[in-house]
Design a protein around this ligand. Structure first.
Ligand code: ASP
Ligand code: MG
Length: 420
């Protein structure tokens, strides 16, 4: 009997929340537990920004770095915990390493990216584990790099399951058998050269699922600042309803289309071992969760609204007015893959091919540079990708009125549109 808990960054971002986290853990402490934490608040974005500033030689780098450091040090001060005297210099040391890492040489941008963004989880797991220890928990903090082994596909690494399993048995199991509370970092791994890798943005959920699979956990609980999985973002839609029960299949579909349910890779390792996933409301831990398991329910058929902002639509047409055929497509996809662009929607017509993806200045520039010799390229930014699952005509109408539709794709259950 064992549970894996995952706490996202928003839940760790104040002293009050961390105190509540301790309360949640003690409420559920009748079973052994592995706790997976993300970076605190918006730290991963802030770290991405530091790397961007460094690359552009932007003079704002030192001040942004100090802001991030002060944010963490202030949080520690607000916790007023025993152990603060040791924790402060330890966190300052990690920040010093971060500064050095920003100035290191790397094989490529992606390797640099993983090295820099990993500091968020490294800092949060240290703060969380020290805080829990100050509350008299017996805590074992295990760096993810010692457990999650991956290939070297930086920024979107794949887990090497047999090595990870071996590490879990050697490092996590003894701690559990010793009645220790294991705290580890989500999102991170290490390749066979010991270099830090990451599993993809929002990948902490996936880390929790990997550990649950290997440990044969009885369940996994993802704690959220919403009461469960809703059919739409409750911050944007007043009438959003909570879904009580979803099948693995529906959850995979929702995650695939970008619902902020759980990271898309999360479900498969759980489905393999039939481990149920609960999404629970951090601020009211005992209200009923959303349960994702083998059994679906009528909730599957409720319409679901998924919005991804900040999309680019890139349209390519061949310079000699050829049809866009297999040879062109393979060149386009090779470029997208080399630049680690994840395509959200694609569509082709006789002479053009369009893809949309999350806006990223560096990737967009690089893709355009690599393709501009062979293709005419047009693009639009600041688009919204709307996905309606189990749509109705009137629902579609409501969303598109007054907007321009740049692209539309429909099948029996799902419609996707790029809007502005
Ligand atoms: N901190 C990482 C991110 O923001 C991973 C996660 O939160 O799951 O993408
Ligand atoms: Mg997150």
């Amino acid at each position: 009997m064992l549970r894996v808990f995952k706490f996202g960054g928003a839940l760790l971002s104040s002293a009050e929340n961390l105190k509540h986290l301790y309360a949640v853990i003690t409420e559920f402490s009748c079973q052994p537990m592995v706790v997976v934490v993300s970076a605190i608040g918006k730290t991963t974005n802030a770290l991405e920004n530091l790397l961007r500033l460094k690359i552009k030689n932007d003079p704002a780098l030192p001040s942004e770095y100090f802001n991030l450091k002060s944010f963490h040090l202030n949080l520690i001060r607000e916790l007023k915990m025993s152990g603060e005297e040791e924790l402060m210099p330890a966190v300052e040391n990690i920040f010093r390493d971060l500064w050095d890492s920003l100035h290191d040489e790397y094989g490529d941008y992606y390797e640099a990216y993983d090295s820099i963004v990993s500091y968020g989880e490294k800092i949060s797991s240290l703060i969380v584990s020290t805080y829990l220890r100050s509350r008299k928990e017996v805590v074992r903090e295990i760096p993810a790099g010692e457990i999650i082994k991956t290939d070297s596909n930086f920024t979107n690494a794949s887990v090497i399951w047999n090595l990870t399993e071996k590490n879990v048995k050697e490092k996590i199991l003894p701690a559990i058998n010793n009645h220790e509370l294991v705290v580890t970092q989500g999102f991170l791994g290490a390749d066979c050269n010991g270099k830090t890798t990451t599993l993809g943005r929002e990948g902490s959920d996936f880390t929790a699922a990997v550990l649950a699979n290997v440990l044969d956990a009885t369940e996994i609980i993802i704690w959220k600042d919403v009461p469960g999985i809703m059919n739409a973002d409750p911050k944007k839609f007043k009438n959003a309803v909570k879904l009580e029960k979803l099948s693995y299949h529906e959850a995979i579909e929702l995650a695939f289309y970008g619902a902020k349910v759980v990271h898309p890779k999360t479900i498969q390792p759980l489905k393999d071992k039939k481990i149920p996933l609960q999404v629970r409301y951090f601020f009211k831990p005992f209200i009923s969760p959303t349960v994702i398991s083998e059994d679906g329910s009528e909730d599957e058929k409720i319409h679901k609204i998924i919005i991804k902002e900040n999309q680019v639509l890139l349209s390519l047409s061949s310079k000699n007015l050829d049809f866009i055929a297999e040879n062109h497509l393979s060149e386009i996809f090779k470029t997208l893959t080399d630049n680690k662009v994840h395509v959200n929607v694609m569509q082709n017509s006789a002479v053009s091919f369009s893809v949309s993806f999350d806006f990223d200045e560096i990737k967009l520039e690089s893709v355009i540079n690599e393709l501009k010799d062979n293709f005419f390229i047009k693009y639009n930014k600041d688009l919204q990708l709307l996905t309606l699952r189990h749509y109705t005509p009137s629902l579609i109408e409501k969303f598109i009125s007054g907007k321009t539709v740049f692209l539309e794709q429909k099948n029996r259950t799902t419609v996707q549109m790029l809007l502005k």
